[in-house]
Unconditional design. Structure first.
Length: 69
């Protein structure tokens, strides 16, 4: 699970860098905005998985504690 979250974080940063580059180039501003939106959604999904809840346990920790099927 850690690998998946790491890849999503790297993809989000790559999307932000690509959006900045596309915006600075002057073309396709709509696509640059959509790339930023997708990066924000990806970062929010990672935050949902790693931020602890009221009980102090993060969802990613609870998934890793369950036995494999």
């Amino acid at each position: 699970m850690d690998l998946v979250l790491s890849v999503v974080m790297l993809a989000a940063f790559a999307l932000l860098a690509g959006a900045f580059w596309l915006w600075r180039r002057g073309g396709a501003r709509k696509q640059a905005g959509l790339m930023v939106l997708l990066a924000v959604i990806a970062l929010a999904n990672v935050a949902i998985w790693i931020v602890p809840g009221e009980d102090g346990a993060a969802p990613v920790d609870l998934v890793e504690q369950q036995p494999a099927r």
